[in-house]
Write a protein that binds this ligand. Structure first.
Ligand SMILES: *Cc1c(COP(=O)(O)O)cnc(C)c1O
Length: 247
């Protein structure tokens, strides 16, 4: 794993800028830098980039599409050999029920759980992966909340959050870890992150152990950190522009 090519230098430069943004936002919010995880979103980019990022010290990656993600994770794991701290891959994009089984084979966490049918499918898929030894730990789950109620872009409406959370805590192969949001384009990031903080406060009173909040991307990570994010998901600011393919 040599960090010598031009792409590696570019990634190192971007990574250093984003790490500084995260650190500055933590300082401004009076939060400990260790309270916020930087996840690098590597969708559309090749396994070779993930391997470069591992060489640069990153360990937490976000992927959003099957089968691209499963293939890439397998390729990375085959290439890197034994590291002190192995990389973790989270699913952050919408998951079709029929893909739940393959996602449960590679994901540390699915951050985009938004409906009971998906909980059932992930639960079954994780149970099978545990029984066959493909994975050793329960699947972590974040519930994706729709902030504006437009569920065509994924997420559960706030009113249905308690019931969805209960379905996860009832599934013994799954671990409820918290919430995930994507700020809509209308209004300011601060508007949505402030709303997120209020939803989370209510949610935590029912699920005090589910403390994770995945919020903030390249354009709004500062606002997200101000309002309590514990995981920022950064793609473009580190990887560069994604190739334009239909959404
Ligand atoms: C692609 C993606 C990101 C990264 O977005 P950028 O604006 O490129 O940083 C974050 N979260 C989710 C759910 C994504 O699909």
């Amino acid at each position: 794993m040599t960090a010598s090519d031009a792409r590696t230098s570019e990634l190192a430069q971007h990574l250093s800028e984003v790490r500084q943004r995260v650190a500055a936002a933590c300082t401004a919010a009076g939060r400990d830098i260790d309270a916020v995880t930087l996840m690098v979103v590597t969708k559309f980019f090749p396994a070779a980039d993930v391997i470069r990022l591992i060489g640069l010290g990153e360990r937490i990656f976000g992927e959003s599409r099957e089968p691209e993600a499963g293939r890439k994770v397998a390729e990375v794991r085959a290439e890197i050999g034994d590291l002190g701290v192995p990389p973790a891959f989270d699913m952050i994009g919408s998951v079709q029920t029929k893909k739940a089984r393959t996602v449960a084979a590679w994901a540390r966490c699915v951050q985009s759980v938004d409906r009971p049918k998906l909980v059932t499918a992930l639960s079954g898929g994780t149970r099978a992966a545990l029984d066959s030894g493909v994975r050793t730990d329960p699947l972590e789950v974040l519930l994706q909340v729709s902030l504006d109620g437009d569920i065509s872009r994924g997420g559960v409406v706030v009113d249905e959050l308690p019931e969805l959370a209960a379905s996860v805590t009832d599934a013994d192969a799954l671990r409820l870890r918290g919430l995930m949001v994507i700020a809509p384009q209308s209004e300011t990031p601060e508007h949505w992150m402030e709303r997120t903080a209020r939803i989370r406060e209510r949610f935590l009173s029912d699920h005090p152990e589910a403390t994770e909040l995945s919020a903030g991307m390249s354009g709004d990570l500062e606002a997200a950190i101000t309002y309590g994010s514990t995981c920022v998901r950064v793609g473009t600011a580190i990887m560069g522009d994604r190739p334009v393919i239909s959404p």
